[in-house]
Design a protein around this ligand. Structure first.
Ligand SMILES: NC(=O)c1ccc[n+]([C@@H]2O[C@H](COP(=O)([O-])OP(=O)(O)OC[C@H]3O[C@@H](n4cnc5c(N)ncnc54)[C@H](OP(=O)(O)O)[C@@H]3O)[C@@H](O)[C@H]2O)c1
Length: 250
């Protein structure tokens, strides 16, 4: 399906690996000019080169900025003042003790205030937060729950326009980080590597209906749809992509 994304510009935060890279890839496949973000210039440039090689008709660009730093965010806004699609993918996933979390950690967000007025002026735009089904780590669930609430509130500012704000909630996804987590969990056990994923799902995600990890490209494809003009009836939604983890109807 052609998603009508040719020539649009998308900033995908944290897109040098994992889910963000898969989203960048799927958007570029649709002809979108993707702004690739991560903290290391060489890595960002490498992903830009990969996208250019795979999708030569697009113009991927490098945005090597640490989004946890206000000064770096301002540089990003200056370099890329306008985007059609903003995917707020970069998140913090690190088990921490609640009482050890610093003030700084609580403040690591990207400022959507900057792009929304421009999208409204253009009467087209997509803001997509990548949240999560996960809710066990205090700082993680707080920021992810905040995504849902913020998307809902922001969507109310877009009434009657072609700008939408939504949240996607993926379940556990086989990114490089999750692969490493499996390795750390099982490397010193008797279990053969081929069975790590199913054992993890059975014991740690027993409610998942698909009983497998989601693949990053599955999140990428769905995000590309939500970024497209075809998703125009989704507004302020919390969209689950978690393999049926929630045992109730809603
Ligand atoms: N993996 C899962 O199972 C899963 C499930 C549900 C939701 N999610 C959510 O999906 C999103 C992506 O997760 P992921 O597992 O794909 O992450 P990941 O593989 O760890 O990738 C994180 C990306 O963010 C970049 N990054 C990290 N800190 C940054 C900063 N301060 N400024 C700019 N870029 C930064 C990283 O590049 P550099 O390190 O080079 O800067 C990398 O490109 C997160 O919001 C996560 O909470 C993940």
């Amino acid at each position: 399906m052609e998603l009508g994304l040719k020539g649009k510009t998308a900033l995908v935060t944290g897109s040098t690996k994992g889910i963000g890279k898969a989203i960048a890839n799927e958007l570029a496949k649709e002809g979108t000019n993707v702004i690739v973000n991560g903290r290391k210039l060489e890595v960002v440039q490498q992903v830009v080169a990969e996208l250019k090689k795979k999708f030569p008709e697009t113009t991927p660009q490098a945005a090597a900025y640490d989004l946890s730093q206000d000064s770096q965010r301002q540089k990003l806004f200056k370099a890329f003042p306008q985007v059609d699609i903003l995917v707020n993918n970069m998140g913090i996933f690190k088990p921490m003790n609640y009482f050890d979390i610093s003030e700084e950690t609580w403040q690591k967000f990207i400022d959507v205030k900057f792009y929304l007025p421009k999208m409204l002026a253009e009467n087209f735009g997509r803001i997509i937060f990548i949240a999560s089904e996960e809710a066990v780590m205090p700082q993680y669930s707080l920021t992810k729950t905040m995504n849902l609430s913020l998307a809902k509130s922001l969507s109310k500012l877009t009434k009657g326009t072609h700008v939408t704000v939504n949240t996607i909630m993926p379940g556990s996804t086989l990114t490089e980080g999750v692969q490493q987590m499996l390795t750390d969990m099982y490397k010193n056990t008797e279990l053969p590597e081929a069975e790590w994923e199913s054992d993890f799902m059975k014991h740690h995600r027993p409610l998942s209906q698909i009983q497998r990890l989601i693949r990053p490209e599955e999140v990428g494809r769905f995000t590309a749809f939500v970024a497209s003009p075809y998703s125009s009836s989704f507004s302020g939604e919390a969209l689950r992509l978690d393999g049926g983890l929630v045992p109730t109807i809603f």
